[in-house]
Design a protein around this ligand. Structure first.
Ligand SMILES: *Cc1c(COP(=O)(O)O)cnc(C)c1O
Ligand code: SF4
Length: 442
């Protein structure tokens, strides 16, 4: 299959669009002027069930819907679009709204950029001791855009991501100089949007004998869901699989952190073929998704998704809580509901599927898991735990927050038992103080 992308300027050429109501088309034009919009021929022809549109989960996953903007924002852009405003006028109005959608959650731009010899190393983030995130310059787009994506600002040109010119050398050097780093996670966008030749230039230097501390290479990708032909019929697919085999031969573990949000993404025969080809190289596929209202907010959907993943040979890894950015008001559920969904999912599947961890919030202090709702003394509390911590010492520590049935993010939580602060508050403030050296992981 040949890849063809559809965006705001050409989606109306799709025959399926002719059957959509005017309201739905207006919503795509209006919301798509603020939040990124891109889909492709495989998604449109194979994953979306057009008889269920607009409530089809994959339609909602890649096509803008009216409710993804708050109504006053929607009206403002609608007016601009309808009155025939120029592109730059629409952009000014859109940028104003974008600024209000919490474009930089969890301190990504400011707090996680590592340093080498005192200089910031762009294109990398180092938040947790063992794992460096790496953003290859050419991998900062995707085969389609998810409407919930927390990286949306980079797709609308708001974040001018900075990249070092000799990125591959910097990555190798940074990892070699930091003994505590065992993992590198290639992320984006979707790194597998890159040609094999480019990806190879980043990965091969990491296989050299000098980079002893690096044990695991991970690639975060949605290609299995949005473009499985990347591993089958793309003209450099065989070279890509050869690269994966070579990672394994060099003694490193290669893991795909595959994003799937709904079982509909797992059903096409190409997904089975692609996973088989990847697994044959000795790599492992781990899966993750946030819980998303209107897309997968049911334990039956989650159970079906996890079972299907295991059937394909994948290992369920993370259940996330939708991040507090972009169209989050449309996708978010109260923490207590996500926790209930996690329990009901867990109860509906066998132990083999229960490798999924969560529900977890990726937030400023770390990855916070909701373990449960408890009554301690006469107080109702959330019991939480750090799966990852900005300070390594926080990992696997549990703590309590006042129960709140409306809380949807950790910033809504207050310490339990009348405490003024959480156990990590002071240390976090210290770590985040501007100008102060970040944690020395060594
Ligand atoms: C999730 C995440 C990682 C990886 O954490 P694991 O628990 O090892 O999978 C690394 N860096 C950042 C910033 C993350 O959010
Ligand atoms: S594939 Fe990942 S990075 Fe790309 S739009 Fe979807 S969630 Fe965002």
């Amino acid at each position: 299959m040949n890849y063809k992308a559809y965006m705001l300027h050409n989606y109306k050429t799709l025959p399926q669009i002719a059957n959509l109501s005017e309201d739905l088309i207006e919503a795509i034009d209006v919301v798509g002027s603020v939040l990124p919009f891109k889909t492709n021929n495989y998604v449109v022809e194979n994953l979306i069930d057009w008889s269920r549109v607009p409530n089809d989960p994959i339609f909602t996953l890649t096509f803008p819907r009216k409710e993804m903007l708050r109504s006053h924002h929607y009206e403002k852009i609608k007016e601009a679009v309808k009155s025939g405003a120029s592109k730059s006028e629409i952009k000014i109005a859109a940028d104003e709204i974008r600024q209000k959608l919490n474009p930089h959650p969890a301190g990504q731009l400011d707090h996680n950029v590592p340093r080498m010899d005192g200089e910031k190393v762009f294109g990398m983030q180092h938040k947790y001791r063992e794992t460096v995130l790496f953003f290859p310059g050419q991998g900062q787009t995707c085969h389609a855009y998810c409407t919930f994506c927390f990286r949306w600002p980079q797709f609308v040109g708001m974040d001018e991501l900075k990249f070092a010119s000799r990125q591959a050398e910097h990555l190798t050097e940074y990892i070699s100089n930091n003994d505590s780093v065992t993992d590198v996670l290639f992320t984006g966008g979707d790194p597998l949007i890159m040609k094999t030749k480019i990806l190879e230039a980043y990965i091969r230097p990491l296989l050299e004998p000098g980079v002893k501390n690096l044990k695991h290479i991970r690639i975060g990708t949605k290609a299995l869901a949005y473009w499985p032909f990347r591993f089958i019929t793309d003209n450099d697919a065989d070279d890509l699989l050869k690269l994966f085999s070579d990672v394994k031969k060099a003694g490193k573990h290669l893991a795909f952190m595959a994003h799937f949000n709904h079982p509909a993404e797992l059903k096409h025969p190409a997904v089975k073929e692609a996973t088989e080809r990847i697994l044959e190289t000795g790599s492992v596929i781990r899966t993750q998704s946030p819980v998303l209202k209107h897309i997968n907010d049911s334990p039956q959907v989650w159970a079906e998704m996890l079972e299907k993943q295991v059937e394909l040979g994948c290992i369920p890894y993370y259940m996330f809580i939708a991040r507090n950015t972009g169209a989050d008001h449309y996708f978010s559920l109260p923490l207590v509901d996500v926790w209930k969904l996690f329990r009901e999912t867990y109860q509906a599947v066998s132990g083999i599927c229960r490798t999924v961890r969560g529900p977890s919030m990726s937030c400023l202090p770390g990855k916070m898991q909701i373990l449960g709702v408890n009554e301690i003394g006469d107080e109702k509390v959330f019991t939480l735990r750090f799966i990852q911590g900005r300070h390594p010492d926080w990992v696997a520590k549990s703590f309590f927050a006042k129960f709140d049935d409306k809380a949807i993010w950790y910033t809504d939580l207050k310490p339990a038992f009348g405490d003024e602060k959480f156990f990590f508050t002071d240390e976090l403030d210290k770590i985040l103080k501007p100008g102060e050296v970040e944690i020395d992981f060594e």
